[in-house]
Design a protein around this ligand. Structure first.
Ligand SMILES: N[C@@H]1[C@@H](O)[C@H](O)[C@@H](COP(=O)(O)O)O[C@@H]1O
Length: 261
């Protein structure tokens, strides 16, 4: 696992957008797994700026969702489908048929989960999966004690996650769905490159547990330790609980010029 400490969220966004651009230059139809929440927004803004500047051609890039709420009415603005369309697909100018996600309004949710897991593999697998981290250490919507081998399935949110996400639902926790579909941890680990971005002091404990604690289902993000190509990008505040921060800084300074993220 590589840990990169950046001065602020904007720098993290620039760094990851550069890594995505570099991937797309190597593989024009890369499958990009995107996350929702506030944290990845600087990545999407930096990437869209590169596209506008003509620095990278993303016209063949495919985008896929990490997770979705269950039971929101179709087209609800806070569904993750609507969110990713608004924040990623439209700003990048991609056609809807280059975007895939699980069907959160399916009658048979279990079948929708299995179909999505198969569709990801059928699309050749995710090339780069962008991740955030919940304050309880979750990735996607894999809450604590999710199986580290789990596939895409339905999960029940913790009260903590519903409270954290209430800000997207008029600060009313009752409006936050209880159930979600999420790529499983095993599914996420199938991506070729995992890039987790965490910013702000509120993520410091979760980041320290994920990066320096034991691999444990209690901290789903610790599963990144099992992946051969995982990059954790943190700002100073989110890095504040890391015991090895100085080592991570020195390693990044000494990184060979030919080695990308
Ligand atoms: N399912 C999403 C996660 O993918 C995201 O990482 C997390 C943190 O969001 P934020 O970046 O807003 O803190 O929120 C939700 O739970």
């Amino acid at each position: 696992m590589e840990v990169v400490i950046v001065p602020d969220a904007r720098a993290g966004g620039e760094l990851i957008a550069a890594a995505i651009a570099s991937l797309v230059r190597r593989k024009r139809d890369a499958l990009l797994g995107v996350a929702t929440g506030s944290t990845p927004l600087p990545v999407y803004e930096a990437l869209a700026a590169k596209v506008r500047a003509g620095a990278v051609d993303v016209s063949r890039v495919r985008v896929c969702q990490l997770d979705e709420y269950v039971g929101l009415p179709a087209g609800h603005p806070e569904s993750y489908r609507a969110t990713v369309l608004r924040q990623v697909v439209e700003p990048l100018g991609l056609p809807a048929d280059q975007f895939m996600g699980p069907d959160g309004s399916a009658e048979d949710v279990q079948a929708a989960c299995e179909a999505y897991d198969k569709a990801l593999a059928g699309a050749g697998g995710v090339d780069l999966q962008l991740l955030g981290i919940g304050t309880d250490g979750h990735i996607g919507f894999n809450e604590p004690c999710s199986s580290l081998a789990s596939r895409t399935r339905i999960k029940t949110l913790t009260e903590q996650t519903r409270a954290d996400n209430a800000r997207f639902f008029g600060d009313d926790i009752e409006q936050v769905p209880q159930h979600v579909i999420t790529q499983g941890i095993g599914t996420i680990l199938n991506a070729r490159h995992l890039v987790l971005l965490a910013t702000g002091e509120g993520k410091a404990d979760a980041v320290a547990a994920a990066v320096e604690g034991p691999v444990a289902a209690l901290v789903p993000a610790s599963a990144l330790q099992l992946h051969p190509h995982a990059t954790v990008v943190v700002d100073e505040a989110a890095a504040s609980g890391l015991k090895l921060a100085e080592y991570f800084r020195a390693t990044y300074v000494a990184k060979p010029a030919w080695q990308s993220l």
